[in-house]
Every structure is written in structure tokens, then in C-alpha cells.
Ligand binder design. Structure first.
Ligand code: ZN
Length: 679
């Protein structure tokens, strides 16, 4: 689009209301979308920024069954949690709606009806698994059986979680219904398909030829590969009792497939916004001079670049997205973020541990945004960026400018005098930075934009370090007036230009500066604060994060990892008589030393109550000899003696092996008499 748009419609992927949101969501979709929305608003653009909870689909019904509640109760719970997290992090949606609303059911039905009336859908009758006892067709997730790939039980109709294979429900061996345990039968059912194959020539022209230059290469590449492989018709309906009912008499008991109704949720949300504000939603979706942008993660590219535009196009009244700046994924401490394995940093939990540090997370996630490839979030990096960048660069400059102003002028902005070459040079750089930041934001390079924003603070720090007003104040107070005047103008620029990235911080800064929120266009100016303005008392914008704080977070994750490690399967059964043959006692370590020429073995003297004996134990990597002396341990004392490296070992000290392979001693929780039997 070459002409200037009259308005912007920004959509952010609808989070699935099956769990809370985590840092991966924030980094991939919501922070970049919010930066863009705030940037546009501060440029006085007409913006509608919409989102909402995606509340249909099978996983929600399964979760409801598992918890013994209704699907509505599940989505009510998570809609509330998600909505609050977004508000807490300052994601500035104009509306956060939900797809279980009445508006949405009407809007999605209308889309289906329009396409149906135009004869767009292909009707197909196919055989599908049906549970005769529960009297319903079974979604893939509702069928369990033996995996044809690895032979393990408990595989789902769409995937085996043991070996990771993607499956078709019909491939499962001995399938049973998860609803009733019955063996499912095949039954014919009719569904409506969107003929994506028919739209291929148009999609080729629109994306492959039309968006080669302006779409991100990861997005363009994925679309092209889908189109090159050849598109298949895709069912828009399914047999389920949770969703938007298919608006046809003959389709009773069927609902719209969640992928069909979810993106229409952006339009329903816009309608809800119109009702709330008394505005007209239609220009935002139907006017050619509107720029429509979908902010999503890479798992959603096909839906937003191929399927949803096809639906919009066939409907006929709607505009198509101008761009879909999808991000790659954010990993966590080297591993893929996983909701089911609880390998995530949940936003609501983050705020419990780091209250009022929303902007720190916004900053770190932007500075490390997965814009061009998957990136890794680590707590160490989080701490380093906070301490070395937010505290040491941005916070430090602002604090010095404000503290010196209070010290020299009781917080009143001084008069500006003659400018030196040095001043002019600094002001020139200050003047040039906003356009550079704009350019990066407009190209969806938010990481780069944030780096340029920090250059404003670096410029300020360097200026103070070079001019040294704290030394000059005794000899040339007049010169210091000008230096501090300029430093304060840089501070005011930080408040304007930082708003899209760090809205909580810039609000605080505006209050300190007695400045109302300024338009982006004022960025670069050197007269934002008038001489004589009384500033408020400074407060620190950022605080150092200590090692112990991030260690706690790492430990929390490590605990998750251990909880997720599967224990080894149970061994073969043994008879009681076999068990009692083992004589296990509590003994006390009375001496220990490293075995010569061995890295692994410790030579340990144990008082077993029966006698004092030598036991060799392969624990030298985990225990220092001096640390275990005096410790009570569990000993198998009637194990046949074994000779190792020229020494005889009479028994075995029992150990627990942790998930990471480390060894722990098994000691009684209270001291007991050596020789006490363990049984
Ligand atoms: Zn398998």
C-alpha cells in the first residue's frame, strides 16, 4: 500500500482460553502489537486494536470433562485470568472480547451463510468414528488406542505422546472411545469444506507475486511452501456440541470448526467495540483506505495468510491484510515452552514475584524478540539486561539529570545559555534519532527500534560524562545551566520516545517532569521543558535485580523439570521371601577417604551395629570424604563381598539417584542406633 492509510486495524492472535498466558505469547505477539498500536496512536493515527479469547474447540471440552465442570466454566475462568494479565502488562487493546459471545455467534454464522449461499462450500459425506453409547461422533482427541508406530497404549487419534508421531484416528490399533470406553463404530456424516485448492491461483498472485517484498521472509517462505505443495479442501464444520452451531437445518448437532470461527472473532470484537463506544466498525474492515495488520506467532501463519484471507475474499465485502508480521518462537532456558509440561513463565506468576516490573519484562522480551529466528529467554539474561541496560544506562542517566537539577536548582529547569559545538552536536543526534526509531517500528523491527531508543539514553550519559557538570559547577555555573537544560530535554525525549516500549516507566517519568504525554512528533525537540518549570522529586525508575532473585526462578524451573521426568518403569515382581533375604541396616560413617588411583570410589568405614567394616562406594563425584563422616546411611550388609582395585568391599551403601544422575544418601530423618534394621 503506497498511499497513507486513513485508519489502522490491528489484530493480535486470540489466545486459547484453556490456560493462562506466558512470556512466549507476550514476546511473539502482544508486546510487538502493542508497541505498534501505541506508536500509531502517539502519531495521532486512527487505530482499532482488537483481541479476545478463543473459546471453542475440543481441548476445552476435554479439560472441562477432566475437571468435572462445563466448557463455559473453563473459558470463563481463563478469559478472566488472560484479560487481567494483558491489562497488567499494559497491552492497550481497544477491546478484549471473546468468541463465546452472542455477537460472535451471529457474525460467524453470517460468514458461513454468505459463503454457503454463494455455493462456495463443497459438501462431502465421510465415515467417521462414532460412540454408540455416548451417541456422538468422536473428535480425534476422544479416541485412544495403541500407537501403530511405537506400540505404546494411550495414543490419541491425532498424536502419540510417547513417540510424538502424528496419527490419523483410523490408524490406531484397538481404538476405544475416551467418553465411554466403548469400541467406536464407523458412521457416515456430512461436512462442508472450504475449497482452498480452488483459490490457489488467486493466492499465488496475491502472496507469491504480490507480497514478496513487503512480507517478512519467514512469513512469505512458509506461505509459498504451503501453496507450492498444493492446497486441499478443509472442513469448516465438525460433529461437536461446543461451538457456534452450523446455521443449516440439516446440520443439527454440528458446529463450525474452531479455525473457521476464531479469526472471525476479530470482526466480532470490533462490533463489540463499536457498541461500547458508539462508533462505526465497518470502515475498519471494509474500507480500502484501512490498513489491516495481523500480529501472530509462526504457528498461525497458514490461518492468517491463506485461510482467513480466502474467507474474507469469498465473503466479498471485506479488505485483506496488508501485512502479517509473524514472529518465531521464544524458548525458555534452552527448551521449548510447554503448557502441558508447565515449562513456562506465567505472566500472573511473574507479577507475584516481580511486582511493578512489567516494563522490565516488556523490555527484555523486546530486546530479545524472536523476530527472525527462535530465541531463548534465560533468567540470567533477564537480570543482565535489567542491571546493565535499564538500571545502568536508562535509569542512571535519568537519575543523574534529575538529582543534579534538584541539587543545583531545587528542581527548577534552568535557563539555556550559548550553545557550544559539543551541545550542537548532541542536539543534532537527538534530533535525528526519532526518525530512525520510527523507520524501524514501521518495518516491524521492534528490537532494533528499542536499541535506537536506548541510544538516546546513551547519548545523554555520554554528554554528562564529557561535560562533567559536577566539576564545572564551582568554576562556571552559567555553563552548567545550559548543560543541565540540555540533559533535561534529553530526559523529556526519553519519556516521549519510550512510551510504546515502556508505558509504565514513561508515565512515571512524565509525572516527575510535570509533563503531559506528548505526541511522537515532538520527539527530537530541545525545548520540551520550559525554563522555570518546577519538577517533582525524582524516584528511581529501575532497581537492580539480585542473584538470589533469579536463582529462585531457575530453581522453580528446575523443580518443574524434575516433576516432568518419567520414573523408570517398575521392575518384575519379587516374593516377600526374596525381599526379607536382604539385610538392610542403618550404619554410621566413622571414616572416609578417597581411593588412590580412582576418581569415583570412596573407601568408607561404617559402624553397622554388627561390626565395623570397609565399604567401597562409587560416590566420590558427589561427596567429599569429610562431609559424610558422622552421617547415618542405609547399608545392605549381607551383600557378598567384592574385590575392587585390590580392596574388599563388604556391603553396599544405598543411594537415591536423582533425575539428573546425581546421588543422594538415604538417611533416617532422626538419628537411630547403628544396626537398626530397615524393613
Ligand atoms: Zn507412539
Amino acid at each position: 500500500m503506497s498511499k497513507t492509510p486513513s485508519r489502522y486495524t490491528l489484530t493480535a492472535a486470540l489466545p486459547y482460553a484453556n490456560g493462562p498466558v506466558h512470556i512466549g505469547h507476550l514476546a511473539g505477539v502482544y508486546v510487538p502489537a502493542d508497541i505498534y498500536a501505541r506508536y500509531l496512536r502517539s502519531n495521532d493515527k486512527d487505530v482499532l486494536f482488537v483481541c479476545g479469547s478463543d473459546e471453542h474447540g475440543v481441548p476445552i471440552t476435554i479439560r472441562a470433562k477432566k475437571e468435572g465442570v462445563t466448557p463455559q466454566q473453563i473459558v470463563d475462568k481463563y478469559h478472566g485470568i488472560i484479560k487481567k494479565s494483558f491489562a497488567d502488562f499494559g497491552i492497550s487493546f481497544d477491546i478484549y472480547s471473546r468468541t463465546s459471545s452472542k455477537t460472535h455467534a451471529e457474525t460467524a454464522s453470517e460468514f458461513f451463510t454468505v459463503l454457503y449461499t454463494k455455493g462456495e462450500f463443497v459438501e462431502k459425506v465421510a465415515e467417521q468414528y462414532y460412540d454408540p453409547k455416548a451417541e456422538q461422533f468422536l473428535a480425534d482427541r476422544y479416541i485412544v488406542g495403541t500407537c501403530p508406530s511405537c506400540g505404546k497404549d494411550g495414543a490419541y487419534g491425532d498424536q502419540c505422546e510417547s513417540c510424538g508421531s502424528t496419527l490419523n484416528a483410523t490408524e490406531l490399533i484397538n481404538p476405544v472411545s475416551a467418553l465411554s470406553g466403548e469400541i467406536p463404530i464407523f458412521k457416515k456424516t456430512k461436512h462442508w469444506y472450504l475449497p482452498l485448492d480452488k483459490y490457489e491461483p488467486w493466492l499465488k498472485e496475491w502472496i507469491v507475486d504480490g507480497h514478496k517484498k513487503d512480507w517478512k521472509s519467514n512469513v512469505y517462505g512458509q506461505c509459498k511452501s504451503w501453496i507450492d505443495q498444493g492446497l486441499q479442501p478443509r472442513a469448516v464444520t465438525r460433529d461437536l456440541d461446543w461451538g457456534v452451531p452450523v446455521p443449516l437445518k440439516e446440520a443439527e448437532g454440528k458446529v463450525l470448526y474452531v479455525w473457521f470461527d476464531a479469526p472471525i472473532g476479530y470482526i466480532s470484537a470490533s462490533k463489540d467495540w463499536a457498541v461500547k463506544t458508539g462508533k462505526d466498525w465497518e470502515p475498519y474492515w471494509k474500507s480500502d483506505d484501512t490498513k489491516l495488520l495481523h500480529f501472530i506467532g509462526k504457528d498461525n501463519i497458514v490461518f492468517h495468510c491463506i485461510i482467513f484471507p480466502s474467507i474474507l475474499k469469498q465473503h466479498g465485502e471485506f479488505i485483506l491484510p496488508d501485512n502479517v508480521p509473524a514472529n518465531e518462537f521464544l524458548n525458555l532456558e534452552g527448551n521449548k515452552i510447554s503448557t502441558s509440561k508447565n515449562w513456562a513463565v506465567w505472566l500472573h506468576e511473574y507479577l507475584e514475584d516481580f511486582p511493578d516490573k512489567q516494563d522490565v519484562l516488556r523490555y527484555v522480551l523486546t530486546a530479545n524478540a524472536p523476530e527472525t529466528k527462535d530465541n531463548d529467554f534465560t533468567w540470567k539474561d533477564f537480570q543482565a539486561r535489567n542491571n546493565n541496560e535499564l538500571v545502568a544506562v536508562l535509569g542512571n542517566f535519568v537519575n543523574r539529570a534529575l538529582v543534579l537539577t534538584h541539587k543545583y536548582y531545587n528542581g527548577v529547569v534552568p535557563e539555556r545559555g550559548e550553545l557550544t559545538r559539543e551541545d550542537e552536536n548532541v542536539l543534532k543526534q537527538l534530533f535525528e534519532l526519532p526518525a530512525k526509531i520510527s523507520n524501524s517500528i514501521e518495518k516491524y523491527r521492534f528490537r532494533e527500534a528499542l536499541g535506537l531508543y536506548m541510544d538516546v539514553a546513551r547519548l545523554g550519559n555520554k554528554y554528562l560524562a564529557d561535560t562533567e557538570p559536577w566539576k564545572l559547577i564551582k568554576e562556571d555555573a552559567k555553563r552548567v545551566d545550559t548543560i543541565m537544560y540540555i540533559a533535561l530535554q534529553i530526559t523529556a525525549n526519553l519519556a516521549i520516545l519510550g512510551e510504546p516500549f515502556l508505558p509504565h516507566t514513561t508515565q512515571k517519568l512524565n509525572t516527575i517532569l510535570s509533563l503531559s504525554a506528548q505526541a511522537w512528533g515532538n520527539g527530537g525537540r530541545a525545548d520540551l521543558l520550559d525554563s522555570g518549570t518546577q519538577l517533582n522529586k525524582p524516584e528511581l525508575l529501575f532497581a537492580k535485580i539480585e542473584d538470589t532473585e533469579v536463582e529462585q526462578q531457575v530453581n522453580k524451573l528446575e523443580a518443574t523439570k524434575l516433576a516432568n521426568t518419567d520414573a523408570t518403569p517398575q521392575k518384575e515382581e519379587v516374593a516377600f521371601d526374596d525381599f526379607v533375604k536382604m539385610d538392610i541396616r542403618v550404619g554410621t560413617v566413622i571414616a572416609a577417604e578417597k581411593m588412590k588411583k580412582s576418581k569415583k570410589l570412596l573407601k568408607i568405614q561404617v559402624d553397622t551395629g554388627v561390626d565395623t567394616r570397609t565399604i567401597l562406594s562409587g560416590i566420590a563425584q558427589y561427596f567429599k570424604p569429610e562431609d559424610i563422616i558422622g552421617t547415618q546411611v542405609s547399608v545392605l550388609i549381607n551383600l557378598a563381598p567384592r574385590k575392587m582395585m585390590g580392596e574388599v568391599s563388604e556391603g553396599m551403601i544405598l543411594m537415591a539417584e536423582d533425575a539428573d544422575g546425581s546421588l543422594k544418601l538415604l538417611s533416617p530423618t532422626q538419628a537411630v542406633k547403628p544396626g537398626s534394621a530397615i524393613s
